[in-house]
Design a protein around this ligand. Structure first.
Ligand code: EPU
Length: 428
């Protein structure tokens, strides 16, 4: 395992281009199982989770070829098994994304309870609700055994929550089902939209992309396609947070500003100014951050929710920025019950935070953070600790960065290009 050594206090400056969206790339890799023809994905981030999902797809018998320029070519001409590799299932939550396409293609799939970030209860009920409604049986013990011997049949589904990966699984199962499927209360994040665009390029018939009602007309077969993964908006938000918290000036190129409206509104509650310049977002240097009171003078609330609300995956970044803003804010993390526990590390570094309960924290700023030795518990808390270290006085050591590498490509090199003093060294 490796660690990052960061000498803080240096404002970041320069230009950065976000990687391809992790959470679009993962279902896109899985979707290639739906056809025996070649699927070519470009702008795939070179990160741990993408390698894990590509590894699972290859383990089922598909040919998977990576090239250095972020292109992945997948040909699932013949599948040798429908039983997923248990070790790979346990190393990424997104392994469950292979269930829908494998079931649709072969009528059967066996998988193992998925691993991934320890950020709270990760229920799989919505996935199974969708498969059962489409005509499959699910036996969920130590392994998940899913069978559809008579094929999948279109249904009018109402998901019990707008789960991202359950929506993606339901879509991938429905595109080859007989008849029409309507998915109501569907998640509609940019990555769900990206998956739908790939499937449409493969010949699927999907209406309502971008909304929470999707209507899918099943087809007999899908064909090969080429698809470019869109920019990772969580990375964009992470770079906005880094620039703002360090007082630096950073241009984020090709940042998909059409998807950033809520994200910029939430950062604006901390006084962060961002200029949208065409496809780019510019964060001016030397901003004075300040929690902006509500109209009646009330304490501002930073909260998340399913799209188009503020993404939960950026909440930890927002908390670090809040430690650098004058005033008090209430953070209300509604989605995951363990996500806020990393604030202990920020408190250790000098932040003024009261964790009220697993979902709410009060942050009082600004605090002068000091360098510390901290452990990255998950991808997003990991990047938040990197940001805290970048604006802290002195040297920090961030351990367990395998977590960060699961979601952020070459983060140390890209930060050095923005002027940060960051070294990656082996943990003894
Ligand atoms: N939830 C609600 N209400 C809803 C929808 C979800 O409370 O209407 C709760 C769920 O109960 C759960 C949490 O929110 O506790 C997330 O639920 P979801 O099923 O949507 O999560 P997921 O599909 O397992 C994907 C991303 C996560 C991201 C979530 C939420 C992938 C591969 N993973 O997970 O990404 O946090 O959606 O947006 O797409 C990450 O990238 O670091 C990451 C954890």
């Amino acid at each position: 395992m490796e660690k990052l050594i960061i000498d803080g206090g240096i404002p970041l400056h320069g230009t950065v281009t976000p990687s391809g969206n992790k959470n679009e790339a993962l279902p896109a890799l899985a979707a290639a199982l739906l056809t025996d023809e070649e699927v070519v994905l470009s702008n795939v981030p070179l990160i741990g989770d993408a390698r894990t999902i590509a590894g699972l797809v290859a383990d089922l018998g598909a040919d998977v070829t990576w090239s250095d320029d972020h292109r992945v070519t997948i040909r699932a001409q013949h599948l040798r098994t429908t039983v997923l590799n248990p070790a790979l299932c346990r190393s990424a939550r997104a392994s469950i994304l292979l269930a829908g396409p494998t079931l649709a293609r072969c009528g059967t799939v066996d998988l193992y309870p998925p691993g991934g970030c320890k950020i709270g209860r990760r229920r799989v009920d919505t996935h199974f609700l969708a498969f059962e409604a489409l005509g499959a049986t699910v036996d969920a013990g130590e392994t998940f055994v899913i069978r559809a011997p008579h094929g999948l049949h279109g249904q009018d589904l109402f998901l019990d929550e707008a789960s991202v990966t359950a929506t993606e699984n339901a879509i991938m199962a429905a595109v080859l089902a007989k008849g029409t499927t309507v998915i109501r209360n569907a998640a509609c994040e940019p990555h769900v939209q990206g998956l739908c665009r790939l499937l449409t390029a493969m010949g699927a018939q999907i209406d309502g992309i971008g909304s929470n009602i999707l209507t899918i007309q099943g087809v007999d077969r899908l064909h090969g396609a080429e698809h470019r993964i869109g920019p990772d908006i969580v990375e964009v938000g992470s770079f906005i947070g880094m620039a703002a918290a360090t007082g630096g000036g950073v241009t984020i190129r090709q940042a998909a500003p059409e998807h950033l409206r809520m994200i910029l509104l939430e950062f604006a509650k901390l006084g962060v100014q961002a200029e949208v310049r065409g496809d780019d977002v510019f964060i001016p240097s030397g901003q004075t951050l300040k929690a902006v009171p509500e109209v009646n003078g009330g304490v501002p609330k930073l909260d998340d929710g399913p799209w188009p609300q503020f993404p939960t995956d950026l909440m930890s970044v927002l908390i670090v920025v809040a430690t650098q803003a004058a005033g008090t804010v209430l953070v209300f993390e509604k989605m995951f019950e363990n996500r806020l526990f990393f604030v202990d590390s920020l408190i250790q570094m000098g932040a003024q935070i009261v964790l009220c309960d697993p979902h709410r924290a009060v942050v009082v700023g600004p605090s002068v953070l000091r360098g510390g030795v901290v452990v990255s518990p998950d991808i997003r808390a990991g990047i938040a600790l990197v940001i805290a270290a970048l604006c802290a006085k002195g040297r920090s050591e961030i351990r367990n960065i395998g977590q960060i590498d699961r979601g952020y490509e070459r983060i140390d090199g890209r930060l050095r290009a923005l002027g940060a003093r960051v070294e990656r060294i082996a943990e003894e």
